[in-house]
Structure formats: structure tokens, C-alpha cells
Design a binder for this molecule. Structure first.
Ligand SMILES: *Cc1c(COP(=O)(O)O)cnc(C)c1O
Ligand code: SF4
Length: 347
């Protein structure tokens, strides 16, 4: 397929690109009016147009079901607002903060937990807001780690990132700078030598956490971009969202984890789908997620095991949600084949 050079941002563009049929244009325009759309050239090329259930399309092409909301869904699904002491900062755990440097992304995911907040033209933190956020971090010596998020922090220019990283690195008690991003996979051309240099800070450790949900996101170009980061001394982890029809079968999930490990990226989190508005068709049950984790444990290397977590609504934070291999009383443990054993063994 011929490669495209610009990001698709309207349903009209998706239609011209054969990603949505013309008869659904009006219906999907209503979705796009509510939630931002962007599909990078690389991801548009990764979609198999002959497959109505394509797992890449499912993540990025708008769907009419996004306008159907469930009573349990929330505009702020993980309760960030209540823990935001100053604009751009979320301080839920004592030793680390989120710093939301920008509200734009390279792609807009249909399941995004911050879908009410992100979109093009929503810019970054103003210089004054960034200064206030940094003052807050400077004033709280228990903050050991700053997590750049958004939006997608790597949607910013290398120059802006360098500025933010330098300012954070100047705070003595901050030792770790972590970046959560989808860019190395969806727009790997942005991982330039200048960007890699911008991410590294003297005497601080920078970690990059790649958000990827399907093995086909790890294209040749994506793998090369991750290698540029890792070869420069930046360790990488991954986070994935468990999504119905994308990675909710053990073959897809296992292939994703293997592809990540082959790129030297350690799987970190598998997030249970958050209660973001209009995303019920993409969520699984927790029981399904636990069954997948069991199957993953049964068949794949320990390197391929993320921890399955739920961000508890209303801001209570992330908790691992199993599965659990030990009985409640601690007397029986299950092995990777599902067999149960007394512990300690009865001799
Ligand atoms: C997810 C999250 C973090 C990071 O949590 P880790 O378990 O360290 O990955 C930090 N702060 C907030 C507010 C979060 O939501
Ligand atoms: S890249 Fe992250 S913040 Fe941006 S739309 Fe996707 S999930 Fe949301």
C-alpha cells in the first residue's frame, strides 16, 4: 500500500483513505465532533482495510457506539482532578507526580481515559503554569519521580521537551524522569537524535514507557525508534490497555508482550479498561482479564508478564487485580497448569 504523508484528522479524510464507508460519514462526523480524531500515516498503513475487525482500526477509527454512555462511566474516570494541587500536576502518591505537559497527541485513541481533556489545539502548559507546576515539585522534597504525560509529551518539539527535562533535572530531590508516550510506535520519525538527547538528563535516570496494545503496532520503524532510545541508555517499559477485539485473546496479547520484549522493552502494566465515556464496547470484564493473565502466565516467559492493574475510580489509585494463585488461607497454591498444591507440602 502506498504510504501516506499526513495524519488523518477528519472523517472525510478517513473516508478518502478507505477507512470509513461514505454512508457512515454523518454518523461518524457526530463522533468526531465530540472526540478528537488523528491517525498517523504509519498507523493508517498498518490497518488492513479488508478486515472489518482490524485491531489497529478499532483503536483509532471512530465508532458510532462512542456516543452511547453508561451510567458508571465518568468524564474524569480515574479521579485526577481531586488530586491536582496546581494546573498540570496530579499528586496522588507521595513519591511521584504526573506532570501533564501537553493535551495533544500524535494519535487519538478511541478508548482514551482522558478523552474529555485531549485534542488538537489544546496546547501545552503555558510558561507560567509550567513554572507554577515546577515550584510545586520543588516545594515537595518527597517527590522522587516526575512522570511526563498528557496527552502525549512527545507530541511536543524536542526543544520544548529539552526545556522541561532540564528544569525538572535541576530539582535535586527528583531522581527519576519518566515519560509515558505512544510516539515511538505511532510516529517513530519523531524520535530524532535531538529528541533522544533532550530526554537524557545528567545525573538523573530517564525511563520511557511505551503505550502499545497490539503486536502490529511494533512495525520495523517503531522497533528502530525504540532501539534509538534504548541504545542511548534510556530503559523502556510498556503499558497496554486491555481492549475487546484488540488484544483480548491470549495469542494477540502474548504476541504483543513478546514483540515488546524482543525490542528490549519490559512489559510493565496491563490496564483494565477505564470507565471513560462511550467506551463500553471496548471493555472486557475483570474475570476475562484475569483468565487472560492466567493463560499468559501458563504459556509465556516471565519477561512477558505485565501486571494487570485497575485504576480505582474517584482517585484511589492503581491496584493489581490478580489473578491470585494462593488460596485465601495461604494453604493452597495453584501452578501454571492450573493444578493445586498444598503449601507447605504434606509429607
Ligand atoms: C498511574 C499514576 C502514577 C504512576 O503509577 P506507577 O504505579 O508508579 O506506575 C503516578 N501518579 C498518578 C496520579 C497516576 O495516576
Ligand atoms: S495517546 Fe494516550 S492520552 Fe493520547 S489519546 Fe491515546 S490514550 Fe489518550
Amino acid at each position: 500500500m502506498k504510504s501516506r504523508s499526513t495524519t488523518l484528522r477528519t472523517v472525510d479524510a478517513l473516508c478518502r483513505s478507505a477507512l470509513v464507508p461514505r454512508e457512515r460519514l454523518d454518523e461518524l462526523a457526530a463522533v468526531a465532533a465530540r472526540y478528537a480524531v488523528a491517525i498517523t500515516p504509519l498507523m493508517a498503513d498498518a490497518i488492513d482495510r479488508g478486515d472489518p475487525r482490524d485491531p489497529i482500526a478499532r483503536q483509532f477509527v471512530p465508532d458510532a457506539r462512542e456516543l452511547i454512555e453508561q451510567p458508571e462511566e465518568r468524564r474524569d474516570p480515574i479521579g485526577d482532578d481531586a488530586f491536582s494541587p496546581v494546573a498540570g500536576v496530579v499528586h496522588r502518591y507521595p513519591d511521584r507526580v504526573l506532570l501533564k505537559v501537553v493535551n495533544a497527541c500524535a494519535v487519538y485513541c478511541r478508548f482514551c481515559f482522558r478523552r474529555e481533556m485531549v485534542g488538537p489545539g489544546r496546547g501545552g502548559l503555558s510558561p507560567a503554569a509550567l513554572a507554577a507546576a515546577l515550584d510545586y515539585i520543588r516545594g515537595h522534597p518527597q517527590i522522587w519521580e516526575v512522570i511526563l504525560t498528557g496527552g502525549d509529551p512527545l507530541a511536543l518539539s524536542a526543544r520544548r521537551i529539552e526545556d522541561v527535562v532540564k528544569k525538572i533535572a535541576a530539582i535535586a530531590h527528583v531522581k527519576i524522569i519518566r515519560v509515558h508516550t505512544r510516539v515511538p510506535a505511532v510516529a517513530p520519525e519523531r524520535i530524532t537524535p535531538a529528541l533522544v538527547r533532550a530526554l537524557r538528563a545528567r545525573n538523573k535516570a530517564t525511563f520511557v514507557v511505551l503505550h502499545a496494545n497490539h503486536p502490529r503496532e511494533l512495525t520495523k520503524q517503531a522497533r528502530a525508534a525504540c532501539a534509538r532510545l534504548i541504545d542511548a541508555g534510556i530503559p523502556m517499559l510498556s503499558q497496554s490497555v486491555l481492549l475487546r477485539g484488540v488484544n483480548d485473546d491470549v495469542e494477540a496479547l502474548g504476541a504483543l508482550m513478546r514483540a515488546l520484549v524482543e525490542c528490549r522493552i519490559k512489559p510493565y502494566y496491563l490496564h483494565h479498561g477505564d470507565l471513560a465515556p462511550g467506551t463500553a464496547h471496548l471493555r472486557t470484564s475483570i474475570a476475562e482479564g484475569q483468565a487472560l493473565m492466567r493463560a499468559l502466565r501458563g504459556r509465556y516467559s516471565g519477561l512477558c508478564q505485565p501486571s494487570y492493574v485497575l485504576d480505582i475510580p474517584d482517585g484511589y489509585g492503581k491496584s493489581p487485580i490478580g489473578p491470585n494463585y494462593l488460596s485465601e488461607d495461604g494453604a493452597v497454591v495453584e501452578d501454571f497448569n492450573g493444578r493445586r498444591h498444598a503449601y507447605p507440602p504434606r509429607t
